[in-house]
Design a protein around this ligand. Structure first.
Ligand code: NAP
Length: 242
């Protein structure tokens, strides 16, 4: 049985990815930072859909030691790690002139440092296995920049550069590393946007609709299973990026 570790899988996109990998028969590590009950509900939902191979793992991805312990715990349970999805992310929006050091650092810590700790630990295991897939969930902001979220755009652009570097280094171990830009989804992350702001985002979509969650989860599963795609940035979106 193949296994996947998905960071930030208690809510939003991570939750949907966990359910999709669960339906596909993977052993699913459901990582969360704070929302234990929500993560356990994801595990329960995977079980109820007929797959008993799911477990919640508490770990703040900012803590590299805890990340190592989480990956070790995955290996204790399943003996292997086939897929890492670096999905956990936060926003701390503020225009540059008003942005505090804390707001800058928090976003870099969760959205760039955390994925690096996770990628490094996954690569440690996958390089021994001589197989694996790492998928970093970035954002269209990395390509276009954003007004009021320079910290987020910079972290996600860094994540794309990390993706390409890791693909170059890890290909010799048959590990694929790709970035997926998930499109726009009304999750808790988007909850601070006003209806007017949401409408403006929706209007940019050339297909007249935002990304469907099932289209995103299908693409991530495909990337996880495809042995010929690495070092790529896949944009599940109908907004023209740049
Ligand atoms: P969300 O609904 O706000 O969920 C965020 C998830 O990240 C939660 O499960 C949360 O876990 C987890 N998390 C936050 N800080 C963490 C930490 N320090 N350690 C471990 N987990 C942590 O977000 P989302 O909208 O699903 O976004 C998921 C990913 O997609 C993010 O990387 C985001 O940047 C990216 N993205 C989203 C959109 C969008 O339109 N929603 C667009 C582009 C990119 P707890 O609740 O347990 O703390």
């Amino acid at each position: 049985m193949k296994t996947v570790l998905i960071t930030g899988a208690s809510r939003g996109i991570g939750r949907e990815l966990a359910l999709a990998f669960g339906r596909a028969g993977y052993g699913v590590g459901v990582n969360y930072a704070k929302e234990k009950a929500a993560a356990e509900k994801v595990v329960q939902d995977i079980w109820e859909a007929g797959n008993k191979e799911a477990e919640a793992f508490a770990c703040d991805v900012r803590d590299s030691i805890k990340v190592r312990q989480m990956v070790d715990a995955m290996i204790v349970r399943w003996k292997r790690l086939d897929v890492l999805v670096n999905n956990a992310g936060i926003t701390r929006d503020r225009t540059i002139l008003k942005m505090t050091n804390g707001e800058w650092n928090d976003v870099i810590d969760v959205n760039l440092n955390g994925p690096f700790w996770c990628l490094r630990e996954a690569a440690r295991v996958m390089s021994q296995q001589k197989s694996g897939a790492i998928i970093n969930i970035a954002s269209i902001m990395a390509l276009r920049g954003g007004f009021g979220n320079a910290n987020y755009a910079a972290a996600k652009a860094g994540l794309i550069a990390l993706t390409k570097s890791a693909a170059r280094e890890l290909g010799r171990f048959k590990i694929t590393v790709n970035a997926v830009l998930p499109g726009f989804h009304i999750t808790d992350m988007a909850s601070t946007l006003t209806e007017e702001q949401r409408e403006r985002v929706r209007a940019e979509h050339t297909l007249g609709q935002t990304t469907r969650m099932d289209d995103l989860t299908r693409l991530v599963l495909e990337v996880a299973q495809n042995n010929s795609i690495s070092g790529q940035v896949l944009n599940v979106d109908s907004r023209v990026a740049a």
